[in-house]
Design a protein around this ligand. Sequence first.
Ligand SMILES: Nc1ncnc2c1ncn2[C@@H]1O[C@H](COP(=O)(O)OP(=O)(O)OP(=O)(O)O)[C@@H](O)[C@H]1O
Length: 882
Amino acid sequence: MIVFWVVITARTDATIGDGQNGDLSLYQTARYGNFSYCFRALEPGNYDVSLHLAEIVFTDGPPGLRVFDVFVQGKKVVSCLDIYAQVGANRPLVVSDLKAFVEGDEGLLIRFEGLMGKPIVCGISVTKDFSANTGEARLLQPIGMSLAAECDSSKEENGHLEVEGDYQKLLKDHEFQRKEFTDMRRAMDELKRENRLKSRECQDALKSLQELQNELMRKSMHVGWHIEFRIFLAGNIRVFCRCRPLKSEEVAAGASMTIDFESAKDGELTVMSNGLPKKTFKFDAVFGPRANQADVFEDTASFASSVLDGYNVCIFAYGQTGTGKTFTMEGTEEDRGVNFRTLEQLFRMIKEREKLFRYDVSVSVLEVYNEQIQDLLVSDSQPGVAAKRLEIRQAGEGLHHVPGLVEANVHNMSEVWEVLQTGSNARAVGSTNANEHSSRSHCIHCVMTEVQGERLKETQNINKSLSALGDVISALATKSPHIPFRNSKLTHLLQDSLGGDSKTLMFVQISPNENDLGETICSLNFASRVRGIELGPAKRQLDNAELLRYKQMAEKSKQDLKSKDVQIKKLEDTINGLDLKTKEKDFKYKILQDKVKELEAQLLVERKLARQHVDTKIAEQQQQQQMKQHQDEQIIAPPRPPLANRILGSKKNFDEPVNGFALNKEHINLTQPLKGNTSYKSTIPLPSTEGIVKLTYSSEKENNPVMADQPRFLKKTGRASICTTAKRVLAAPVPRRNSMIPLPSVPSIVQLPSIPSSFPLCQEEDMKEDSEGSETNCLPEHTQCDSPRDIRYGSKRISTMLKRSLQKKGNMKSPLQQHMRRGGINVGMEKVRVSIGSRGRIAHRVLLGNGRRTGMREAQQKQMPGEKERRWNSGTVARTPI
Ligand SMILES: Nc1ncnc2c1ncn2[C@@H]1O[C@H](COP(=O)(O)OP(=O)(O)OP(=O)(O)O)[C@@H](O)[C@H]1O
């Protein structure tokens, strides 16, 4: 089948449908060949597709029929046979009810495949199937149309032409666009998300910026206020100017204003004269006739509150009579002044701080009249009784007070007001020309605030100007070395508040009446000078009690420090003493270790010596045995007396006691079984007599140096060891022993004499040990040696037993073990004595610490030399229970 693909431009025209019911119709004329329509679905769903095929010219009958098939979404919906059956010549064909299901945003593809010989006109109508989808009608949009390309016969293969690129390209483009659209949508979503994040960040940043701005503003205000306050404290008395309104009578008299408040700003004030500006002044604040009491106090409150922070504060009013000094400071019952408001604020702050601080507030009201101080809180003096004279005293550095002045404790504002009223009523009032209520006195309200032991704070108010005050102010302004505080009672009383470490606020009161211009300018000039006065930085005040308490605390800290130093010194001494003791103990321990090593080395030497001694004894025994054998042989074989005589000596010698023990003939007779055994010859390579002598000598010499000077004789041991060959008797198992006593070999042949009691074969302790353990130190009752080999074996056993004995005793009584077992250094090492050898010497004794000597030494001292020698010879270990 040949497929033609031609790309044409989709065209929509008036026949496209009404667009309102969701219909979309496309009519397109294709001149040649096959083509396809592609639609992009706006939303998934079922679509009805109808095809209008017109002017399909079937020039030929079935054999030559130019037919084509129609595919919707790749599925053939109309076949050539259908078309052939329905279409006659020049009759259009409408194929309807073709369902197309579109998923997602995939496109709807209608494709015509076939061989077209002549142009056709077709139309496609796509309608959303609303029966299956109830959503909003959204249609397919044509995204392209492909027409059949020119037939390229060169690409015909196996009777077919491969579909070339356009459709595939279209599909790829569509797929690409779809992916691109998906990517774009994803990117757009990402951008939206980022945008939201950025928006949120921006909002957060904006919010934090606003907070920062607010914080900055607060800080700026705070810093500004502090700077302003510090500037004020560091350089100037703060001066507020207040002008009263014109009185009704002044207005009635046609008085005109002499102050220009209209242009007043930033504390500037211009005095007018005849309608022209005469002079301009600048103060910290200016309050015109319209300012009320609250406005004034708003700027005054910070002063008042600093009283509770421990500062001396002085607020007073200065000005011409009748200008409102009393009104500003006291006010009226309906319109309270600075005094009342200040106290009100103090109580409010006290209330706020009541969990942290406790304040006691007292108020005094006094009057300075004719340089006399009168207590206005004292009731009228009784007739004929002179009022109590009050004087100013200086109680401490910078602390002036009036002893005897009544201080009324107040707890709330009603009590304050009551006190103030009492004082106000008691004032001396006279009449003046300027003000019928004016007085020639100065009323001072002292508010003493005690804050947890801190000194009293004073708020003092003055409602009259005094020349003394002026002098003081002038002296302060010119930085005069002498400030005439004591020129008047008023300045004297106010000295603490006007001094260099106070906060001072002065109200300069003026009249707006042009008739008072002279007085007004005079007051303003004075106030300007006051404003330039430098008082220096304000200082917090501490009272003497608090200072005393601090001093006591400092003194106590010093004492504590000293006692701590003493304790530290004691501790250091203790530590040093402990260090010394530790070093001393280390030193002693080292000495002990050295001694232990020395003893162990000595014990080693003793063991060697003992071993040598035992070997010597064994050799002697062997020699005696050999001699005995020869004697026996002589007895049995008389034909050889000369040789026997030569070897063993005469019979007389034979009968001689050997080492104190005499051989009994009867005993010899008991050896009859030996008679027949004449063929025995010792196979033991016996050492020569000289060798034995030398060995014995060297051993004895080593153990007993005294022997070196004595004549050398062949030493004969007092013990005999005879091997019998008459009868082979299996030796009973010989228990191990610890004693170093030489063992008699054949007690059955040679009956040794009874052993003296002073010659213990084994010590009681050894016996005890033997009875308790499996080992024994005692001689076996019968020991027989059947052969020289047994003799040698017996010698080895003896040697082994001796070694074990020594080893055991060494282990049992090792000084090191003793020391370790005792765990102290005061164990008497002398209690351990190891004595080995026939001429043994007393083991080296070491006295350690305060080791107590035991009865061993006394026992030795009581012993006879011979006994001692035998004792040593017995090879036992004299032990004293430790
Ligand atoms: N700012 C003001 N607003 C309204 N009235 C005022 C103001 N200042 C003063 N007055 C009124 O002016 C009158 C005189 O005021 P005040 O007695 O306070 O003057 P003073 O300076 O204390 O006088 P003196 O020096 O004679 O005692 C009072 O009647 C007072 O009410």
